[in-house]
Structure formats: structure tokens, C-alpha cells
Design a protein around this ligand. Structure first.
Ligand SMILES: Nc1nc2c(c(=O)[nH]1)N[C@H]1C(S)=C(S)[C@@H](COP(=O)(O)O)O[C@H]1N2
Ligand SMILES: [Mo]
Length: 396
């Protein structure tokens, strides 16, 4: 667990950063709410966010790809991005219990008289551990603006709202079978214990999202550990849901309740947000990133060895290609070990790079045949930017 010291240092630092941003006039509209909270003294994110490792957006923070260690497959919990609709709540694990209710249970329960499942109850079920690539729906959003000239609303992530971690917990299907499931159950709604989400003067209530019973009975996990450590408060302590391969919003943190229903459930997080037109967003697209600073200065040589990672919510990565001529010609990158649900590390040797500015392009294809396009069709909320990112570098 973190110390009080680190917490107050982090708060002071972020408060200062935000004040500096106001003075500099560089504050985007979406940063105003976190600014207010920071000045009121309650940071939205509790873990330290060193400036060389994170871009701090207030309630959200992304990992800098330049700080990713190419020798490490998993993202350390301390370095994983954070996406909060409001603020990280502090939850007492000793009095915590997950509430399960709904007419989809074999013995139906109402929200007022749910089954209470403690962490000890959960830990009596068979445990499982699973590596997944965990990613926000809006990862890459800023490239709608910087690369395609069509700004989208929401946090201006570059490519750092992603990480790959090992979760430990129990399968949701084991809990549901243990409690007894009605054969007509179709939908499960997960609700967080964080404060209600207020935007544009409307209180939408606690963050929650429904998902089909098929996903619940397939690979959904109730997790209390990440990479062998208890979840940090920012990542859902003491218990979160994990829906492997799906958009980050599906993995509800600080899981307060699960409603199991024989009718389709809805929430603003699948009717209003996290959809494109008629499509409710579920499986993450294919994306790639270079483990380099934006605008990196690279020392010229006969050969430059570069690294990066690619990932897909649907399947492992089959192929990664690199272009340094704007996409006219492509060369294969060398792929590291393929993992079922995690990202793939790759390396590529740039032979005799010319001095001057260049754009590095990496394009991945997954094992179900999805390839990154050169342009992603625009959508207002800037979801699913999966186009090949043009990463500027200078060879000096
Ligand atoms: N209760 C709750 N769960 C939540 C959120 C939230 O704000 N509240 N944010 C969601 C979103 S949009 C994402 S991308 C992931 C981020 O998980 P992380 O902060 O652990 O990286 O959590 C999801 N689960
Ligand atoms: Mo997200």
C-alpha cells in the first residue's frame, strides 16, 4: 500500500501542474472538473504519477510509451494507465461484500435483499489467473485531431491508455453456478461503488454497464489481484470485474453489485456512451505503438534496433509490418512470443537510416485477419482509433 507521504506529494504536484496550466492558458475544457476537485483537496487518482512515466489528465492518466521497459512483458501496476469517471473511492475490504441480485438467479432476489458475497466467500471458489491486455475505448483519440484533422471530444489520449497484466480471481461463471442461475438469464449488469457520474448538469448515477450472459459464462473474471499484488485503490480495490478483450469500460472497478436478469439491461454506458451509431462497443480493435518518445532523436548508425508492441481484443497478433516511406513499402517486424490474450512485443532493425526527420509506421494484423487501416472513420466521441499512427522521429 502507498504511504500518506506519497499521496500528499502527488496531490501537491498535480495541484501545481493544474494551476500552471491555468496560468499558461493551456487548459482544455475537460480538465476543469478535475482542477476543481484538486483545489478542493481530493485527488481523483491516488497513486503517484511521475511525469516521466505518465501524462496526467486529472481524473485520467496515460502511460508514456517512452517509459515502457522492452525487457518486461507485463505492465507493473504502478505504471498502468488510470481511467476514472469521478474519483478513486477508498473501500474497506473487511466490511466489503459484493451484492448479487435479479430475477436471473434461480432463487430471485431484489436489489433490496441481495445475496452478499464477501471476499472470503469468493476465495473459497476455484481460483484462476489470466493475462489480458487492458485498454480504454478512447485510446489513441488525440490522433483523430493530430493525424486526421477531426478533433473528437473526450480525454486526448495518445496510445498509453493500455497495459497488459495478470489478474487473479475467480471466474464469474463459477460464482453464478455456485449461486444458481435461471436458464432464462440473458443479461448481467455490473455497478461500481464510486460516486455518481455528473456531466452537463445531469447525474447519471454510479458507473455501470450490462453485458450478455454468454460473456459472463465464458471468460469473465472477478479479480482481486494484479501481477501478484492486491489491486491498488485506483485499479478497483478490493474487487473488480474483468471482461477479457473488451473495451475498458466493461471491466467495472470497485464492483458493488451484479444484477442478473432475464430481460436485457441497459445503462447510459451502453446506450449513450461507448457505442458508435447502433453498435455497442465490445471487442477492442488492433493497435500498435513504438517504445519511443514522441519526436525521438535517434543517433544515426548502420543499424537502429527499435521495439514496440501490438495488440488486439479479438485474437493474438499474426503479423506486424513497418514502413518508413509513408506506407508505400512495408517490412516485417520480428515478433516475440504470441500470447492468447496479451499483446505481442516486436523488434525491427532500421538499416542505414538517413539523417533528418522521418515517420515510423507500424501496422499489425491479428489472427482473425483484422489489419490496422491507414485512416479510422470519425465518430464524435473518438472511440476505436485503430489507424496506423505516424510516429515522428529525427535521425541525428
Ligand atoms: N466503477 C468504475 N469502473 C470503471 C471506470 C470507472 O470510472 N468507474 N472506468 C472504466 C474505464 S472507461 C476504463 S478504460 C477502465 C480503466 O481501468 P484502470 O483505471 O484500472 O486502468 O475502468 C473501467 N471501469
Ligand atoms: Mo475507458
Amino acid at each position: 500500500m502507498r504511504s500518506m507521504d506519497a499521496s500528499s506529494r502527488a496531490t501537491t504536484r498535480r495541484t501545481l501542474l493544474r494551476s500552471a496550466a491555468v496560468i499558461g492558458g493551456a487548459l482544455a475544457t475537460q480538465a476543469l472538473a478535475p482542477l476543481g476537485r484538486a483545489l478542493a483537496g481530493a485527488p481523483a487518482i491516488l497513486k503517484p504519477l511521475p511525469a516521466d512515466q505518465f501524462v496526467d489528465f486529472g481524473t485520467n492518466a496515460e502511460t508514456r510509451w517512452s517509459s515502457v521497459d522492452p525487457r518486461r512483458y507485463l505492465t507493473p501496476q504502478s505504471r498502468l494507465f488510470v481511467r476514472n469517471h469521478t474519483v478513486t473511492p477508498t473501500i474497506d475490504a473487511s466490511s466489503y461484500a459484493l451484492k448479487v441480485y435479479g430475477d436471473g438467479l434461480r432463487s430471485p432476489r431484489t436489489a433490496a435483499s441481495p445475496v452478499s458475497v464477501t471476499l472470503r466467500d469468493l476465495k473459497r471458489l476455484p481460483r484462476t489467473s489470466l493475462i489480458t491486455t487492458h485498454e480504454c475505448t478512447g485510446n489513441g483519440r488525440s490522433f483523430f485531431s493530430s493525424q486526421q484533422g477531426t478533433p473528437a471530444s473526450g480525454t486526448a489520449w495518445t496510445l498509453g491508455a493500455v497495459g497488459t497484466v495478470r489478474w487473479e480471481g475467480v471466474r464469474l461463471r463459477d460464482l453464478l453456478r455456485h449461486l444458481g442461475l435461471d436458464r432464462d438469464a440473458v443479461s448481467v449488469q455490473a455497478t461500481g461503488l464510486d460516486p455518481g457520474y455528473v456531466t452537463g448538469g445531469v447525474d447519471y448515477g454510479p458507473v455501470r454497464r450490462p453485458f450478455p450472459i454468454a460473456k459472463a459464462l465464458d471468460d469473465a473474471l472477478l479479480a482481486w489481484e494484479m501481477n501478484g499484488e492486491p489491486l491498488l485503490p485506483d485499479h478497483g480495490y478490493p474487487l473488480r470485474l474483468v471482461l477479457p478483450g473488451w473495451v475498458g469500460i466493461a471491466s467495472i472497478k470497485w464492483l458493488g453489485s451484479l444484477e442478473v436478469s432475464t430481460t436485457e439491461l441497459t445503462s447510459p454506458w451502453n446506450t449513450k456512451w461507448y457505442r458508435i451509431g447502433d453498435q455497442v462497443l465490445t471487442t477492442n480493435p488492433v493497435r500498435s505503438a513504438w517504445e519511443l518518445p514522441w519526436g525521438a532523436q535517434l543517433a544515426r548508425g548502420r543499424r537502429l534496433d527499435l521495439t514496440g508492441r501490438s495488440w488486439s481484443g479479438a485474437a493474438p497478433i499474426r503479423r506486424v509490418e513497418v514502413s518508413v516511406d509513408g506506407g508505400t513499402t512495408w517490412e516485417r517486424a520480428h515478433l516475440g512470443r504470441a500470447r492468447e490474450r496479451g499483446w505481442t512485443q516486436w523488434s525491427w532493425s532500421w538499416r542505414r537510416p538517413e539523417v533528418g526527420s522521418h515517420e515510423l509506421l507500424a501496422r499489425a494484423t491479428d489472427k482473425v485477419g483484422r489489419t490496422q487501416p491507414l485512416v479510422t472513420p470519425f465518430n464524435d466521441n473518438g472511440y476505436f482509433f485503430d489507424a496506423v499512427v505516424r510516429h515522428p522521429v529525427t535521425v541525428v
